[in-house]
Design a protein around this ligand. Structure first.
Ligand code: XMP
Length: 511
């Protein structure tokens, strides 16, 4: 599919640029800054050069092939992208006397199609130190700010544009309009990205790839694997899909019933109850990373056994996974080695072991786009709008040793949390809510008796993608209801506290 190719120079906002372009209805893909010219030519109706943390004049700064500017394809440079085009085409970029960070106001130097429908009284968001001092030949400045003489530049033929500010961030209030004007007015693209069409494309691709084969699906019941199950059912029919659900004993209250309820239409649904195995392996383990590794490995071992057994009975060639675009980008880009903060568990590694071909229909989609697909497919609301739940389940929400009775305790608390938030209408306004069982005990008093019981922490966060978060300013009345119910209904809890940390520096889960 052809669309807007974003060349990534390492900006933290690259994915955001792509989201905005797709929201505008144009297909967009991210490629590394040094992608081969042939690939760019094949995929691009327009090119965006992203921002980035480097200085263009530094020895190791990422630069693009100068030839890109001669392809005749419209180009938009954003921040570093603007400085890069200036530098590569012979202009001058140097360190500014001071950093320009935050809101700024554009002053138009000449009329241009890029300004169409834009209210210049609204601020644009700057975040840069370097400055364009002189333009390459063939370019003019069309807007400036107090600090940047070249806040928007343009080639004489109105094909190449550069913006010093970030149109993709929400703080640039009219930002989306700048992108819209570039894509549809400057580059002349037609809208080619909407979820109804894309759903048809996905179904067609799945049918075409799988032909008369059968598909194994690791079903957790989360948003992605649930939507995938519904998609496979539409594309192939329920008989050719083999969903496998593994009950680790670490899952939410009623999860097995929910799976039976929503996915019972798959005659080949396999539910494997293995909580004993997981609890046994987790005995005396307190280190979070060790817990995650044990659970990940045990999960894969069990899944492999089930898959092998099924393979003995039916011809199973494909393994379907709900891999999303952010995971694909993260593993595909030539970025520096990212630090492992937490080992997320998934079923990666299985295809090689078992000789499966991979089916990843969501590999070009963001979470919110998967939800749009899910809603077109009629995935029930309870599944589609559930909060994220980590693969290792309650094991990473129980500090210290994970024992069955502690999981039971946390499961009760978690159920109360869900109920109170749903009843009060807060569930849908929160990105994720969770409860954690701490390892320390605390003194309490019940009747005339002294108690010495466990402490539970509640965490509710708002976030766009889980990468950063803030805690929810939940009304005291809800906290009070939660505390009252938990302390009254769950035995062995003496205290409830509310987590008010942001990410960073904290993370969302406690382990
Ligand atoms: P953290 O704790 O890293 O969490 O801030 C970010 C988001 O990821 C979820 N999470 C996981 N999801 N397997 C998953 O599938 C995991 O091992 C895992 N660990 C954290 C977490 O719930 C939050 O939504």
């Amino acid at each position: 599919m052809k669309g807007v190719v974003i060349l990534d120079f390492g900006s933290q906002y690259t994915q955001l640029i792509q989201r905005r372009i797709r929201e505008l209805g144009a297909y967009s893909e991210i490629l590394p800054y040094n992608a081969p010219l042939e690939e760019i030519k094949e995929k691009a109706l327009a090119i965006v050069l992203s921002g980035g943390p480097d200085n263009v004049y530094n020895e190791n700064a990422p630069l693009c092939d100068r030839e890109i500017f001669n392809l005749g394809i419209p180009i938009l440079g954003i921040c570093y992208g603007l400085q890069l085009m200036t530098y590569v085409l012979g202009g001058d970029v140097a360190k500014g006397e001071r950093m320009e960070y935050g809101p700024a106001y554009l002053v138009k130097d000449t009329d241009d199609v890029i300004f169409e429908g834009i209210d210049l009284k609204k601020p644009v968001w700057m975040s840069h130190k370097d400055k364009v001092r002189s333009l390459p030949s063939g370019f003019i400045g069309i807007a400036h700010t107090e600090n940047s003489p070249y806040a928007i530049i343009r080639s004489y033929d109105a094909r190449i544009y550069g913006l010093q500010f970030h149109p993709e961030v929400v703080h640039t209030e009219e930002g989306k309009k700048f992108l819209r004007n570039f894509i549809f007015k400057v580059a002349g693209l037609k809208k080619n990205w909407d979820m109804e069409n894309y759903l048809e494309v996905l179904k067609f691709e799945i049918k075409n790839k799988v032909r008369d084969g059968n598909v194994l699906l690791a079903l957790s019941g989360g948003v992605d694997s649930s939507t995938l199950a519904f998609l496979l059912k539409e594309a192939l029919g329920e008989k050719r899909v083999y969903p496998v659900f593994i009950d680790t004993g670490l899952l939410k209250y009623g999860q097995v019933e929910r799976i039976k309820n929503y996915f019972g239409m798959f005659g080949n649904l396999v539910i494997v109850e293995k909580s004993d195995v997981f609890f046994k392996k987790l005995e005396k383990v307190v280190d979070p990373e060790e817990k995650r590794k044990i659970i990940g490995k045990t999960f894969i071992d069990i899944f492999t056994d089930v898959a092998e057994e099924l393979k003995g009975k039916v011809k199973l060639e494909f393994l379907a996974q709900g891999t999303l675009y952010p995971d694909v980008i993260e593993s595909g880009m030539q970025r520096g080695p990212a630090k492992t903060i937490k080992s997320h568990h998934n079923v990666g590694g299985l295809p090689e072991k078992l000789g499966f071909k991979l089916l990843e229909p969501f590999r070009l989609l963001f979470k919110d786009e998967v939800r749009q697909i899910g809603s077109l497919l009629g995935v029930p609301r309870e599944l589609l709008w559930q909060h994220p739940f980590p693969g290792p389940g309650f094991a990473v929400r129980i500090i210290g040793e994970v024992r069955r009775e502690r999981v039971e305790k946390l499961r009760k608390i978690d159920k109360i949390l869900d109920e109170v938030l749903k009843e009060s209408g807060w569930y849908d306004r929160i990105w994720q809510a969770l409860a954690v069982l701490l390892s320390d005990k605390s003194v309490g008093v019940r009747g005339d008796e002294r108690s010495y019981d466990e402490v539970c922490a509640l965490r509710m966060v708002e976030s766009e993608d889980g990468m950063t978060c803030d805690f929810v300013r939940i009304p005291y009345s809800i906290l009070s209801e939660l505390s009252r119910r938990i302390l009254n209904e769950v035995e062995g809890v003496s205290r409830v506290v509310y987590d008010i940390s942001t990410k960073p520096p904290a993370t969302i889960e406690w382990e």
